[in-house]
Design a protein around this ligand. Structure first.
Ligand SMILES: Cc1ncc(COP(=O)(O)O)c(C=O)c1O
Length: 397
């Protein structure tokens, strides 16, 4: 359930390209680009002192991404940001001059954007971000979803004017179909996962995520000693861990990557010391984390800067949703979707294991940071699992 990082590159410096993608200068650009959007305020950081006491920790903070850019998850930072940067670059190329982000609403730039189509495959949240980014700049979007994506999630993407394409099979089938059709039609694929030969755009998506780390550090009373982040393909974990490593060097917090046991591609890669593709098993309730192969860029970063990799079970994820909805003491209620609290579930599981707790130094001096990566992005499913509709949970605050 937990493995330490034993990769030969562990603690080696990041490659120049990853330093450029995830460093503080990149985050400045993200902030500048996203400032053009409405709802661009930072998300709240919630302290959970009662849960910290219960777990024997000094402090516990949750960066709550449920309200990010009005889209329900941190993914709002990645896909939409990448779309905007790609439009600015294409406009600069066609107009033969530098194009600043403040020109996004100019007729020249919008005329370029109107000729572009951005495509992606998604479990839900990434597609919503790409579609919203395309709508914002005046470009088209086509979003491929597999058979398991709920109608509610599809409707939430289509709301931004995206053309939706249902693909038979699983997430991997939707990724392959999106790539095939995009190649044929000359569309730009904006994927949140990377593969050999396709790294730059997923790198931009990860770059967008670094903004939530900057915000969290500014909101925390003192820097974290530990960070737990959940993983699908590993993009967000790598963005958070890589950014922290570039900011703090050897003083960076301990970093643990948390996978669902039923889709543990990062955990299995850590055991093999190489990125591995795992077999499809039973679906997991942590729907957004159901990925079977790590993103190559994410793996390259995590193999150097993650300290450990672990798995949590279905019931761990559900228990955390309920705990956050109905907290103890004065802790605020937090609406956390099925994949949102999985980093925290990893922390709770680690604290419940005496040996692991000691190994990780999870004691009264520990200040832990986790990310609630989504709110109730599928409200029906949320109510079925928690027993309360999201609005009622928020009303308890
Ligand atoms: C809510 C939520 N949390 C975490 C993740 C994991 O992100 P990544 O695939 O970059 O590891 C996702 C991915 O879609 C997500 O939607």
């Amino acid at each position: 359930m937990f493995v330490e990082n034993t990769h030969p590159d562990y603690r080696a410096p990041l490659d120049a390209v990853d330093r450029e993608t995830l460093g503080p200068g990149a985050t400045d650009r993200v902030a500048r680009v996203l400032a053009q959007r409405t709802n661009d305020g930072s998300t709240p950081l919630q302290a959970l002192p009662a849960l910290a006491r219960e777990l024997g920790l000094g402090a516990l903070h949750v960066k709550d991404e449920a309200s990010r850019l009005g889209l329900g998850s941190f993914k709002a930072l990645g896909g939409a940001y990448a779309v905007i940067v790609l439009v600015l670059e294409e406009a600069a190329r066609r107009l033969g001059r530098g194009v600043d982000v403040v020109e996004l609403r100019s007729a020249d730039v919008r005329a370029v954007a109107a000729t572009l189509t951005f495509a992606c495959a998604t479990d839900g949240n990434h597609g919503r971000s790409v579609a919203q980014g395309a709508a914002f700049v005046g470009a088209k979007s086509v979003v491929f979803v597999h058979a398991g994506v709920s109608d509610e999630r599809v409707a939430a993407i289509a709301r931004f004017g995206a053309e939706m394409v249902r693909v038979a099979g699983n997430y991997d089938d939707s990724v392959a179909e999106a790539a095939r059709v995009a190649e044929q039609r000359g569309w730009t694929i904006v994927s949140d996962t990377s593969w050999p030969g396709y790294e730059r755009i997923p790198g931009l998506v990860m770059q967008g995520y670094t903004l939530m780390v900057r915000e969290a550090l500014a909101q925390m009373p003192s820097p974290p000693t530990h960070v737990f982040v959940q993983a699908g393909v590993g993009g967000v974990a790598a963005a958070v861990a890589g950014h922290l490593a570039l900011l703090s060097g050897d003083k960076r917090p301990r970093f643990v990557v948390v996978d669902p046991a039923r889709a543990a591609c990062l955990y299995e890669s850590a055991k093999a010391n190489a990125p591995v593709r795992i077999a499809h098993g039973e679906p997991t309730v942590m729907a957004m984390l159901e990925c079977y192969e790590p993103s190559r860029v994410a793996w390259r970063v995590l193999s150097r800067v993650a300290d450990g990799f672990m798995t949590v079970d279905e019931e761990d994820a559900i228990a955390i949703m309920r705990r956050l909805a109905k907290p103890a003491g004065d802790d605020p209620a937090i609406v956390s979707g099925e994949s949102g609290g999985v980093g925290l579930a990893g922390l709770v599981k680690s604290c419940g294991d005496r040996e692991l707790r000691q190994q990780l130094g999870l004691d009264a001096a520990a200040r832990v940071l986790v990310f609630n990566t989504e709110g109730a992005t599928d409200p029906k499913q949320y109510e079925a699992l928690v027993g309360l509709p999201p609005a009622q949970v928020l009303a308890r605050r």
